[in-house]
Design a protein around this ligand. Structure first.
Ligand code: HEM
Length: 511
């Protein structure tokens, strides 16, 4: 959703178990004048603040250590950003949920506008434009409405396993294809082809370099020296301006080309995507409000694509890693599927209530390595007092939970003695809190459930072996960033023994 960067501000990106607030220095100074006490925290160095003390790759480890010294609410300064880390779910709910009127803004990023990224409404401030984008989004993606995507999600999951069986070594790119093709269907009714799809390529071309360019250093540089965007092309230092222009052009293509695809296909009344639904609504609006509506719709559509792309594929990477490292879990999950639905047909959403262990596996995948560990930083619209402490502005999150054996993948933690799912569900926190909570969570959950259950029903995911048949050992590594995910790891994927030609035909029939 935001860049995968390995730098001081990526620190803001990696707190699966804590909550963070960001606010401006101006407010900080004002707070002193207010004579309210700021939350306790480590002593900052001049200019750079606490940045050298924080583990850049796994910042939550530092915050967890600091929790012991300073408590659940910690004041930290990272370069010129002041941050309040909230190390407790209870305080996070108090602030982000119960006081969501205050804590729903986003911190200012000087790179957004020049690089074309203000089309992503996940980054924009709390206000009328955000409200309109969110409303358009909600109409399509609220749980009751998003069920219409279930047949497509099942179809895409079956396509995923065919790709995995055909080319297991490219499992990572198949997860990415699954993620983008579901998103393109929900947003544009566009049926992406399994490989080298031209519209998916436009998205990837904009997304990958675009997000890398959006580093905090650039934001800090542009904030300090905005004239860099005005330098003539021949001048030393103008590369920032040229990068920004190229990024804006790529993003503009990502915004407009798929949108035009829907406009050109509007005659097909079977369209159910977010853009198609809202273009129909737009027809009934008065002429004056149409331009604003169209801009908001383009933003909502682009945000859905950007927000889905890395998160869904990364969660599938975490799942595959768990299956390689915990073969007993995979066996138990497959046994549940085999005993409940048999081996002669493939799972559908109708089977979900009868497969509690599969849901436990999904919950544990969310919990084990949350892919958006810190969430997206929130920013407070006004100063606040909490528990006697002055909270100047902004917040983002994760959660401090006393989970037993937290580093182990144990889906059983979500099943009670009667084999029923417990009320403890990581979906209650990994998607954020308050008014900025992830509005795509129901679609994300359904995409992931369908992919996971279809994979478990049809393929074995296991350790890769070398030429001598010896298991290739490896230590899992993670790419840090706001979206954090496992690096590609050695892994073997093959059709389960009962996946005979008839079932394969059934699977291929969807393609
Ligand atoms: C495993 C998958 C996903 C995870 C873990 C995830 C997590 C998150 C988190 C933590 C936030 C920030 C919430 C906050 O600020 O408190 C967020 C925002 C958002 N997500 Fe997701 N997300 C996922 C998938 C999706 C999908 C599939 C969509 C679209 C269909 C989506 C759309 C959005 C949007 C539009 C926002 C911005 C909301 C706003 O700023 O008002 N997400 N997501």
């Amino acid at each position: 959703m935001v860049p995968s960067v390995d730098d001081p501000l990526a620190i803001l990106a990696g707190i699966p178990l804590s909550f963070v607030a960001i606010f401006a220095l101006r407010r900080f100074i004002k707070s002193r004048q207010n004579k309210h006490t700021l939350p306790p925290g480590p002593v900052p160095l001049p200019l750079i603040g606490n940045v050298l003390s924080i583990d850049t790759k796994e910042p939550w480890l530092t915050y967890t250590d600091w929790r012991a010294a300073y408590g659940d609410l910690i004041f930290v300064r990272i370069l010129d950003q002041e941050v309040v880390v909230i190390n407790s779910q209870h305080i996070a709910e108090d602030l982000l949920d119960k006081r969501s009127r205050i804590y729903s803004d986003r911190p200012y990023l000087a790179t957004l506008e020049p690089y074309g990224w203000s089309v992503n409404f996940a980054f924009i401030g709390y206000g009328d434009e955000w409200r309109l984008c969110r409303r358009l989004f909600h109409q399509t993606f609220r749980p009751e409405s998003a069920v219409k995507f279930h047949p497509m999600q099942i179809r895409r999951s079956r396509e995923l396993v065919v790709n995995l069986i055909d080319e297991p070594q490219h499992y990572h790119s198949h997860f990415a294809t699954f993620s983008s093709s579901v998103a393109m269907s929900t947003v544009y009714d566009y049926e992406a082809s399994a490989r080298d799809d031209p519209l998916v390529q436009i998205v990837i071309n904009a997304l990958i370099p675009g997000l890398t360019l959006l580093t905090p250093e650039r934001a800090a540089l542009l904030k300090a020296f905005p004239f860099l965007l005005k330098l003539p092309d021949w001048c030393w230092g103008s590369s920032i301006k040229r990068d920004a222009r190229a990024s804006t052009e790529r993003i503009s293509k990502m915004v407009n080309v798929p949108f035009q695809y829907v406009q050109q296909n509007m005659a097909d009344s079977s369209q159910i995507s977010m853009v198609a639904e809202n273009l129909q609504r737009m027809e009934k609006k008065d002429e004056a409000s149409k331009p604003m509506f169209e801009i908001a719709l383009k933003k909502a559509a682009t945000t859905a694509i950007v927000a889905s792309y890395e998160t869904t594929a990364s969660t599938l990477m975490v799942f595959a890693l768990a299956m390689v490292l915990y073969p007993d879990v995979q066996r138990r999950a497959q046994a549940e599927i085999d005993s409940v639905i048999g081996r002669d047909r493939l799972p559908t959403f109708a089977d979900r209530p009868s497969l509690p262990y599969i849901d436990a596996v999904l919950r544990e995948t969310f919990r084990w390595h949350p892919v958006v560990p810190l969430g997206v930083p929130h920013s407070a619209l006004s100063a606040d007092i909490y528990d006697g402490y002055f909270i100047p502005q902004g917040v983002s999150h994760g959660m401090k939970r006393g989970t037993p054996e937290a580093s182990h993948f144990i889906p059983e933690r979500f099943i009670d003695v009667d084999g029923v799912l417990t009320s403890d569900d990581p979906a209650q926190y990994i998607f954020g809190l308050g008014r900025r909570i992830c509005p795509g969570r129901s679609t994300a959950d359904a995409s992931l459930w369908s992919a996971i259950v279809t994979m478990l029903a049809t393929v074995d995911i296991s350790s890769a072996k070398d030429d001598q048949g010896k298991i290739i050992d490896f230590t899992p590594k993670f790419i840090p960033g706001v979206v954090r995910f496992p690096e590609i790891f050695p892994c073997s994927i093959s059709a389960r023994s009962h996946i005979h030609s008839r079932l394969m035909d059934e699977l291929r029939a969807v393609l």
